[in-house]
Write a protein that binds this ligand. Structure first.
Ligand SMILES: [Zn+2]
Length: 214
């Protein structure tokens, strides 16, 4: 098969123009050669890192069209941006629960595995080490889960999933209730916060309201 690239842009021949003048990126595998049209990012600047692209295939392939802003950016920058903003959304919502979580948010494996495969988060708090709350992005929703110990484990409290069922009875979302796990999908950041507050109630972590001295 003849090479799709007729005019090389990088010395290794992996980026170049086809006979129609479109810029192509190529990947040569053991059995197949793949190619796809990319944008010419010479002279362009990524709005996230404020840097441009280097004229080599690794850098040129690292591009992403940010539809909302209609600009080309580095794919790696966009991933990092998404990851940090997700982290911040989760962090702020968890902070507003007023629980002590000295370890902060801990990264864990994404159990959904979307295109970007960004990390999920979990946290533990003082006084309830037997339960973990897990929050992570799954396409357009937040996966939210309380994970608890095996029911009846000596010395550990059981997860009150019956109460959880009642707490979420009004919510028309994907949800699952079992003795070791309570899981719901939240469609917005506001819902994520509302559901976190329900989690707090289910786990009995609500602090008594302090009376303000008059
Ligand atoms: Zn960048």
């Amino acid at each position: 098969m003849s090479d799709i690239i007729v005019r090389q842009l990088t010395p290794d021949g992996l980026i170049g123009f086809d006979k129609f003048g479109q810029l192509q990126a190529k990947e040569v595998g053991a059995e197949h050669t793949m190619s796809w049209i990319i944008s010419d990012v010479r002279e362009k600047t990524c709005v996230i890192c404020n840097h441009g692209w280097e004229l080599n295939h690794k850098s040129f392939k690292d591009q992403h069209y940010w539809h909302n802003r209609k600009v080309l950016i580095h794919e790696s920058c966009y991933k990092r941006y998404l990851m940090l903003s997700e982290w911040e959304q989760v962090y702020f919502n968890v902070c507003s629960l007023n629980l002590a979580f000295p370890e902060g948010l801990k990264e864990r494996k994404n159990e959904y595995g979307g295109a970007w495969n960004l990390p999920w988060y979990e946290f533990e708090w003082n006084g309830a080490e037997t339960f973990t709350i897990v929050i992570g992005r799954r396409k357009r929703v937040w996966h939210m889960e309380i994970q608890g110990p095996t029911p009846g484990y000596p010395g550990l409290p059981d997860l009150d999933y019956r109460m959880a069922e009642k707490c979420f009875s009004e919510e028309r979302v994907t949800k699952e209730f079992g003795p070791t796990s309570v899981m719901v999908h939240a469609w917005t950041d506001e819902k994520m916060l509302a559901y976190l507050k329900k989690f707090v109630r289910i786990l009995g972590l609500e602090k008594p309201v302090e009376k303000v001295a008059e």
